[in-house]
Design a protein around this ligand. Structure first.
Ligand SMILES: NC(=O)c1ccc[n+]([C@@H]2O[C@H](COP(=O)([O-])OP(=O)(O)OC[C@H]3O[C@@H](n4cnc5c(N)ncnc54)[C@H](O)[C@@H]3O)[C@@H](O)[C@H]2O)c1
Ligand SMILES: [Zn+2]
Length: 399
């Protein structure tokens, strides 16, 4: 896959520049995904722990049966990966690290093969464990490695991007890319636990944080209006990694995802609602050869879905307009170039929600009321697209 070269390359040194959080750390919050007691193993019933300075909780999630732990991290998080390894060694594990290529470059079969090699050379058994430290690309790759090594070992995710925290680390989807496309190979492999250490966001480049907020807004529209209200009353605080508002947004978004995947672990029903805004978003990502941040594409996709629901008479004007307003207040894009419709329609036709020739979209009939809707006449899509299309020269992409 093409690397996302647009992103500023975060330097490993950036990690040590971040100071401690300005407010005293509050108690961690625990969200349990699915039924059960957090026993882990490839099943629902695991905890997502959200807070500051959570490293000490890692052994508890890995469990006592593991002797060896592989910590997988990208170069940008080498210092964090080393701290995690040292901590695990102090806790009595034999810990090794695997440093993998950054972002999408890490979601490659050769990177998985490298990790399998490290596991094999270090005699990892069925009861040993993998820990991911990084964004969604790392949780996807590490989850895939854990799912496939000896047909499945425990994995604990430590997401370090906002998108990783509210989306990729929760729900058990793992995957790698192939030459033919993104996430075409993978499996469902539930983590044994997820540690969301908010301190890691202090070094995250701002464009990555803002991109992650698109998924937060999505969670607000499909299931939790409070999320929208928090952002509306303080859009700046929503982008501040020190703020109590961002913490609450993360907790609420994780609850939304946990609730949905707890009910529909393998995407046969309600889980499709998490795809709100993603039909056009995936088509934009494809048209942009993955040079756009996923969250930026989702932002445009959310506005498109709202306009489509409005055109179909399903959604009131105020709620449709609210999409554009809230996303704009976060600096996310809400329009796309007007000369790409045919390409976008091709992408939309490839969407996994479609059944045969019938196009399907997740649409709202109000905040918290999503449904998957069949679009019998695609001409309405083109008409709706005019609501978000911008002449090419006017389209500015900030992410
Ligand atoms: N499994 C799922 O359910 C699921 C859901 C959504 C997305 N995803 C996947 O997630 C991936 C995108 O995740 P992402 O947006 O987190 O991107 P990413 O993992 O590529 O991380 C973005 C960039 O931020 C850097 N980074 C990460 N944490 C940092 C930190 N704390 N400080 C400084 N730099 C840091 C990374 O090195 C990378 O360059 C995609 O591959 C997507 O397919 C999976
Ligand atoms: Zn998404």
């Amino acid at each position: 896959m093409t690397p996302q070269t647009e992103n500023p390359e975060p330097s490993p040194a950036a990690e040590s520049q971040a100071g401690p959080p300005q407010t005293p750390a509050a108690e961690p919050t625990v969200v349990t995904v699915g039924e059960g007691n957090g026993a882990g193993g490839n099943q629902l019933g695991y905890d997502v722990v959200i807070g500051n300075g959570l490293l000490a909780r890692l052994p508890e999630m890995i469990g006592p049966s593991a002797e060896r732990v592989l910590v997988i991290h990208p170069r940008a998080l080498r210092a964090t990966g080393d701290v995690v390894r040292e901590d695990l060694e102090k806790a009595g594990y034999q810990a090794v690290t695997a440093e993998i290529p950054d972002a999408e470059e890490g979601k490659h079969i050769q990177v998985a093969a490298f990790c399998w090699q490290v596991l094999g050379q270090n005699d990892f058994t069925r009861s040993d464990a993998v820990v991911s430290v990084g964004g969604g690309a790392v949780t996807d790759l590490a989850g895939f490695v854990a799912a496939t090594w000896l047909r499945g070992v425990r994995v604990v995710h430590m997401p370090t991007t906002l998108l990783g925290m509210v989306d990729a680390a929760v729900g058990g989807k793992t995957g790698i890319n192939t030459a033919e496309g993104k996430n075409l190979v993978g499996s469902f492999h539930q983590p044994a636990g997820v540690l969301v250490d908010l301190d890691t966001l202090l070094t995250l480049p701002r464009n990555e944080l803002v991109a992650g907020l698109a998924e937060v807004v999505k969670c607000g529209f499909i299931a939790d209006e409070q999320i929208l209200q928090i952002i509306e009353s303080a859009p700046d605080q929503a982008q501040n990694p020190h703020s109590k508002q961002l913490r609450e947004l993360i907790e609420r978004s994780i609850r939304v995802k946990a609730e949905i995947v707890g009910e529909d672990a393998r995407e046969t029903g309600r889980r499709e609602h998490l795809n709100y805004g993603h039909t056009l978003a995936h088509a934009i990502e494809l048209a942009e050869r993955y040079q756009w941040r996923h969250g930026a594409a989702v932002s445009v996709g959310l506005v498109f879905a709202a306009e489509l629901a409005r055109s179909l008479g399903r959604l009131d004007d105020a709620t449709a307009d609210r999409h554009r307003e809230i996303l704009t207040s976060l600096g996310l894009p809400v329009s796309y170039r007007d000369d790409r419709w045919n390409q976008l329609l091709e992408g939309i036709r490839r969407d996994k929600k479609n059944r045969g020739e019938t196009l399907r979209f997740v649409l709202l009939s109000g905040v918290g009321q999503p449904a998957t809707v069949e679009i019998p006449d695609p001409s309405i899509l083109y008409a709706t697209y005019q609501e978000i299309a911008e002449p090419v020269s006017d389209t500015t992409v900030s992410l």
